[in-house]
Design a protein around this ligand. Structure first.
Ligand code: BES
Ligand code: ZN
Length: 884
């Protein structure tokens, strides 16, 4: 029988480890078919806990040897259970030797030791180390590692592990070895090794204090020419961490290895990062601007973990956001200051609203610091990552820049070499700032997106503005009652001339921007000394808190913000609000033509305004994503939402199609393929306008797309042209898709873009296309990038087929996920996410989707990862849930 309610791990059960591992010596005799691992552990009982057994985690291991202080332990001293081994009756300190045998070639889960291409590599976070050897595989056990690797010298000339290489040499029978030593004690999840026949592209970096660091990127030989951007990004990230955060690198070498088969984006193993090749390799012909930006930010993210995660690590996996939220915040700051500037915040908020808000409102809702889990792999979520980063940003807003930086310094210094909690982090921030952050902590423990309602009244005689605020967080699974949070609301007032007005908040001196600290369910503020009634209020500037705000603003006020707001986010958000209202009116069956006309005027003005940067203009023109629009309905037909979105786009932009075209000069004459912020911004605008013109079926738009495709000097414009045509039943689409496939058929990472377009296209015949993709010579079930490239866009973009009314799309997805689960549970569990939102669809579709989930739930042999997701998706929802 299947276990419907899997075993829960609870935060409240946390106990500090009873045993320390003082050092570990690992020896690997590497072979894809049979690898032997010998582990020598020096363990010591922590004072004050005599008699407690030693827990060694282990999973799917073949045990060849177990010795304690040189002898086999008595039979009754060793218990084996589902978690691994329990050793009883040990002396206070002991040397344990364990030998295991692994079969990396058969490991399709891509956790532990596995084969990718011709290389052997590892992925240990969060619990992969226990698939390599028996060990206390928990992040609060920090150990010094010494690693010896031995392998066939011809097949695996490169042998890498964490830290510094101490020794290497030849062995009989064509074998060789290398010994690595990592001087920094680390948890097992940061362990890594690589053996392969790889090219090394290198550079050097001198740290602020003069340490020389070798930067090395390892890739397959044919990819040697595609490493320059990764190397340059790494050096930029290292410099930035010194300058912006005062953090320096601490080893003599920093290695990045690109592998084709990887469950995630990348992994921050100490001194030896492993990367999905997608986030390393780039050349102008193969990578888009967005690929370049992602590569830079993932490289920075993993580098920043060296302090936020590695030097200071997590006590337990409930504290995951301690490292991930903080590191996402750090990489966001980096990308803002180096590459994207103002538009970065817009991109991040868009993602948060499209993915984290729905998570927080659905069956997978959980706090930033969860208090229970069945499978930790399923908690690497938008909430832990992106909302977690928002909490860090809010702390900065509340305590101020200088105190925040001081707090970070104190955090890294005080907890260096330790495994700590999110409470420890907030505590340091409270201490350095002298602020009471007691209420703020609730953000970590309470799930759900707060709704903030704002109403204002201007008193002309007193020249004051009264602001009444209310907050409420709807119930989420397992958390019925919600309490108020500490919310920083950044606001400004715009006068009729569009400029910021000056005024005073309470007794403070005059200013033209304020942070209102909302701490109660209902609260009022007053701004005084105002020259006139504000023409518009710029709310939630720079998105100062992850909340849903209802400020009751009228069309004219929002249009004023679109025209004048100097905060790029707030300006964009005002445009989004207007566009969203126009779409929702159409979903309700009643186009708001007056609103659409105002939008047309506002957009025309923006198109003529030379003062608006191209990259911001591109964002301002964009309609809210389908994914995000769905959130505004309790239950909705997703195909109707798509249709309403398209109709709104036509209604708003149809009348100004010519103005759009004027903004889109011929590509060949304007784009030089450079990777500067300005050039990337221009390309983003070119692609945005081209896509809109094709969607409007504007005169000559398809031909313009074809010209852009052929003349493009960058993959950005080539892909942009292809993407613009993707939903068009136009012969040019077929022609260009064939051309693209021919051009890149031997380049899997580029072919993934083609897979994504084919799977995401809404032109008729979607199921046949899906079948053809699955039988395409470039498709491989064991490769996560391939399966994601096909299934992801099918669910995210191909509304017509995924949501086909008879449920065929859901059944296709279910069958796909079932098959994938047999190979790679972690990837299957991630991809099933769109099926968990069945309650928000119209009842007919919701029922079809639920049936597919039920079918999956009933399967024998479902992985723990997928089972956990399916069970949570089907569990009853909290009472009085409301989409708000
Ligand atoms: N530590 C994670 C990688 C990871 C995630 C390992 C889940 C095991 C399970 C890494 O630092 C990370 O967060 N990577 C992200 C990309 C990053 C830029 C947010 C990823 O892999 O998606
Ligand atoms: Zn991370």
């Amino acid at each position: 029988m299947k276990d419907a309610a899997p075993q829960m791990i609870l935060l409240s059960d946390y106990e500090a480890p009873d045993w320390r591992v003082e050092a570990v010596d690992l020896s690997f005799d590497l072979d894809p078919e049979a690898t032997r691992v010998t582990s020598r552990l020096r363990v010591r009982r922590v004072a004050g806990s005599p008699g407690v057994p030693l827990r060694l985690h282990g999973r799917e291991l073949e045990r060849l040897r177990l010795e304690v202080d040189g002898a086999a332990p008595a039979a009754d001293a060793v218990t084996e259970d589902a978690e691994g081994l329990l050793l009883q009756g040990l002396p206070d300190s002991a040397e344990i030797v364990i030998e295991t045998r692994l079969r990396p070639a058969a490991n399709t889960a891509l956790e532990g030791l596995y084969v990718s291409g011709g290389s052997l590599c590892t992925q240990c976070e969060p619990e992969g180390f226990r698939r390599i050897t028996y060990f206390p595989d928990r992040p609060d056990v920090l150990t010094r590692y010494r690693v010896r690797l031995e392998a066939d010298a011809g097949r695996y000339p490169v042998l890498l592990a964490n830290g510094n290489r101490m020794e290497a040499g030849e062995l009989p029978e064509g074998r060789h070895y290398a010994v690595w030593d990592d001087p920094f004690p680390k948890p097992s999840y940061l362990f890594a090794l690589v053996a392969g026949d790889l090219a090394c592209e290198s550079d050097r970096f001198v740290t602020r204090s003069g340490r020389e660091v070798a930067l090395e990127v390892y890739v397959e030989y044919h990819n040697r020419e595609r490493c320059a951007h990764a190397l340059a990004s790494l050096a930029r990230a290292m410099r930035y961490d010194e300058e912006a955060f005062g953090r320096e690198y601490d080893l003599d070498v920093y290695m990045i290895v690109a592998v084709d088969d990887f469950n995630m984006g990348a992994m921050e193993n100490k001194g030896l990062n492993l990367f999905n090749a997608k986030y390393v390799l780039a050349s102008p012909d193969t990578a888009t601007d967005s690929d370049y930006v992602h590569i830079e930010s993932v490289i920075a993210h993993e580098y920043f973990h060296n302090w936020s995660g590695n030097r200071v690590t997590c006590r337990d996996w409930f504290q995951l956001s301690l490292k991930e939220g903080l590191t996402v915040f750090r990489d966001q700051e980096f990308t803002t200051d180096n590459t994207l500037f103002g538009v970065k915040r817009i991109d991040d908020v868009q993602r948060l609203r499209a993915f984290q808000f729905p998570e927080d409102a659905g069956p997978l809702a959980h706090p930033v610091r969860p208090d229970r889990y069945a499978e930790i792999n399923n908690f690497y979520t938008m909430t832990v990552y992106e909302k977690g980063a928002e909490l860090i940003r809010m702390l900065g807003t509340l305590i101020g820049r200088d105190a925040f930086r001081q707090g970070l310094d104190a955090y890294f210094e005080r907890f260096d070499g330790q495994a700590v909690t999110t409470d420890d982090f907030v505590e340091v921030m409270a201490e350095v700032s002298g602020r009471d952050l007691g209420l703020f902590r609730r953000w970590y423990t309470q799930a759900g997106t707060p709704r903030v309602t704002a109403r204002t009244g201007f008193d002309a005689a007193a020249r004051t503005l009264r602001i009444d605020l209310q907050q409420r967080t709807p119930p989420t699974v397992g958390q019925q009652d919600k309490a108020p949070l500490h919310i920083p609301l950044r606001i400004a007032l715009l006068g009729r001339d569009g400029r910021r007005m000056s005024g005073r908040l309470g007794a403070a001196s005059a200013a033209d921007e304020w942070v209102l600290e909302v701490t109660a369910a209902s609260q009022s503020f007053q701004l005084s000394d105002l020259a006139e009634a504000p023409a518009a209020i710029s709310w939630l500037r720079a998105f100062s808190a992850p909340v849903l705000l209802d400020a009751g603003q009228g069309t004219a006020e929002l249009a004023h913000l679109v025209a004048f707001d100097d905060d790029a986010f707030a300006r964009w958000d005002a445009a989004q609000s207007l566009l969203r209202r126009a779409v929702t009116a159409r979903v309700a069956g009643q186009a708001d033509t007056a609103l659409e006309a105002i939008l047309t005027d506002a957009m025309a003005t923006l198109l003529d305004d030379a003062g608006v940067e191209p990259v911001l203009l591109a964002a301002l023109l964009e309609l809210p994503a389908h994914r995000e629009l769905l959130e505004w309905f309790e239950q909705v037909d997703p195909i109707a939402v798509h249709a309403a979105r398209t109709q709104t786009e036509r209604a708003v932009f149809g009348p100004i199609a010519e103005a759009l075209q004027r903004c889109q000069p011929e590509v060949a004459s304007t784009d030089n393929g450079e990777f500067t912020a300005a050039a990337m911004g221009r390309r983003r605008l070119l692609n945005q306008i081209l896509a809109m013109r094709v969607a409007l079926e504007a005169e000559g738009a398809a031909a313009a797309a074809a010209r852009q495709y052929h003349q493009a000097r960058s993959q950005t414009l080539r892909m942009g042209a292809l993407a613009a045509l993707n939903d068009a039943e136009h012969p040019l689409r077929e022609e260009l898709m064939e051309d693209f496939e021919r051009r890149y058929r031997d380049d899997p990472l580029v072919l993934d873009k083609w897979f994504a377009l084919q799977a995401g296209s809404q032109i008729p015949g979607g199921f046949e296309r899906l079948d053809r993709l699955l039988h395409h010579p470039g498709f491989r079930w064991p490769n996560p990038n391939r399966v994601r490239a096909v299934l992801g866009p099918f669910m995210a973009a191909n509304h017509r087929h995924f949501h086909q009314e008879d449920g065929e799309g859901y059944r296709r997805v279910g069958a796909f996920i079932e098959r994938l689960d047999g190979l790679n549970p972690q990837t299957a569990a991630r991809l099933v996410q769109p099926l968990t939102r069945w309650r928000r669809l119209d009842p007919q579709r919701g029922e079809r989707m639920r049936e597919e989930l039920e079918r999956l739930a009933g399967l024998e042999g479902l992985s723990r990862d997928l089972n956990d997701m399916v069970q949570r998706a089907l569990a009853p929802e909290p009472e009085s849930h409301s989409a708000g």
